[in-house]
Structures are given as structure tokens and as C-alpha cells.
Design a protein around this ligand. Structure first.
Ligand code: MG
Ligand code: MG
Length: 263
């Protein structure tokens, strides 16, 4: 069953998702050459706990950290490490938190200094794909319309959508129904309705779609070694479309630009 949240529950979800968006914004600014992803993880945990919230990933099925930090060919679920970031890397940061029993979840991929043209294009296409997916969310649309919109955009740019990991409903648990694949066909699955809260999160590879999980049991990497990017927002279905709960003032202008490019 997909839960439709009350006004009060959406208020609580907005609070935690704004916190997640704020912390991610700060981490993006801290992510420069020489800094380690373990440094970023510590900053994230401190900031989440200072706000009275709890990291949602730490301890989740045994995951050891507050953020997932996935560098270059790492797709998702990278474990923060002591390896310093280098100029030219791309870093995906995924973070969840729980506040007053409600969950927030968002991810962003950032360039470390100057990156290759290919990396730059991958980041742009993946973020655009996220906004194509968000644009497909409205009352009466079907769940698979989201993935169909993501896939169409990504493949038109010659890149690949990761199949193994999906977006999800979110609320009083980190992962709720429905599962939201990032590929089509559209017109399938449950109809979306006002009050549903969804974490939409395309993962895009510059090369082929295949991924594998490393021996640490967590880190997913591209099979062909190509770069991979990941963007995620948590949104609520409104009367006529969506509100992005993880969108903060800092990223609003960029979001407007991406949204208007869809139309
Ligand atoms: Mg996430
Ligand atoms: Mg998620």
C-alpha cells in the first residue's frame, strides 16, 4: 500500500527533508581536493545530530556511516574512507536522516575542481533526468511514468540507466512502497495521488548499464569502469504536481532552470 500523508505528516517530512537538503548543500562546499570522504561523513553526522535528528543510513543493514560517498566509477553505497579527493574526481553524496520519526533522503553528485568534459556532461544529464522524472509526478500519473521519463532522456544522450537500484516511497520508514525503477515503459503501476511522498533517484553510467558490488558488500561500481552519477530528491505529490521537499533556497534557482528546460 502507498501511504497518502496528512498535512501534519507532510509538515514533519518537509522539516527533515529540508535538513537533509541543507546538510548536503554544506557538504558540497566542503568537498574539495585534499578532503577525505570520512571528513565529510563526520561533518554530516555532527550537523544532523546538532539539529536533533539521527543519521538514517548508519546501522541500516549494518551500513557504517552517515553518508554514502561514491567516487568516479562507484555508483552508490560507497563507504566513506581516508582517500583524499583529487581534482577531477566526481563524488556522489547520498544522505538520509530521521527527525521525530519521519525520514528524509537526497543525493547529489559534485565535481571536485575541474573535471573532464565527459564527467561534466554526465552530471548535467543525470540531474536533468531527475527533473524529467519529477516533472512526470502528478495526481493520476502512473509510477512507471517516472522511470520512462528518466530513461528516455538518459538514453537520448547515449548514456545508461542503472537497473539494480530504484527510488522509493518514504515516510515513517526509509524505504516504503512503491519501488520506482528508473526505466520504462510508462503507463504501468499504481496511480499517484496527492499526499504520496517519493524519493526519486536516477543513477546514470557514462558507459554501459552493468554494475557489480565490491567485496565490502556495499560499494556498487560500474562493470566497465565508466563514470557514474546519482541525483535524488524527495518530493510530495500535490493537488496539481509536486513539491520538492529536499530543495533548499541555495539550489532553488538551479531547480527552476532545470524545470523550465523540461518544458
Ligand atoms: Mg538516498
Ligand atoms: Mg533513496
Amino acid at each position: 500500500m502507498i501511504v497518502c500523508r496528512s498535512r501534519a505528516e507532510i509538515e514533519a517530512l518537509r522539516a527533515v527533508n529540508q535538513l537533509v537538503g541543507d546538510v548536503l548543500g554544506e557538504l558540497c562546499e566542503l568537498a574539495v581536493a585534499g578532503v577525505t570522504t570520512l571528513d565529510l561523513d563526520r561533518a554530516a553526522e555532527e550537523r544532523v545530530r546538532a539539529a536533533g535528528a539521527v543519521p538514517a543510513f548508519k546501522g541500516y543493514h549494518g551500513f557504517p556511516a552517515t553518508i554514502c560517498a561514491s567516487v568516479n566509477e562507484q555508483v552508490v553505497h560507497g563507504i566513506p574512507s581516508t582517500r583524499p579527493l583529487r581534482e577531477g574526481d566526481i563524488l556522489s553524496i547520498d544522505m538520509g536522516a530521521v527527525l521525530d520519526g519521519f525520514y528524509g533522503d537526497s543525493a547529489v553528485t559534485v565535481p571536485i575542481g575541474r573535471v573532464s568534459g565527459e564527467a561534466d556532461r554526465l552530471l548535467r544529464v543525470t540531474e536533468e533526468a531527475l527533473f524529467r522524472g519529477i516533472d512526470a509526478v502528478k495526481p493520476g500519473a502512473r509510477v512507471s511514468d517516472i522511470g520512462a521519463a528518466v530513461q528516455a532522456h538518459v538514453e537520448a544522450q547515449g548514456m545508461s540507466v542503472v537497473r539494480e537500484f530504484v527510488g522509493h516511497g518514504i515516510g515513517t520508514s526509509l524505504h516504503e512502497e512503491p519501488q520506482i525503477a528508473n526505466y520504462g515503459p510508462g503507463g504501468r503501476g499504481p496511480r499517484l495521488a496527492e499526499g504520496m511522498v517519493l524519493a526519486i533517484e536516477p543513477m546514470v553510467n557514462a558507459g554501459r548499464a552493468g554494475v557489480k558490488v565490491l567485496d565490502d558488500g556495499w560499494t556498487a561500481v560500474t562493470r566497465d569502469g565508466s563514470l557514474s552519477a546519482h541525483f535524488e530528491h524527495t518530493v510530495v505529490v500535490t493537488g496539481d504536481g509536486t513539491e520538492i521537499l529536499t530543495l533548499t533556497a541555495r539550489r532553488a534557482a538551479r531547480a527552476r532552470e532545470l524545470m523550465s528546460a523540461v518544458h
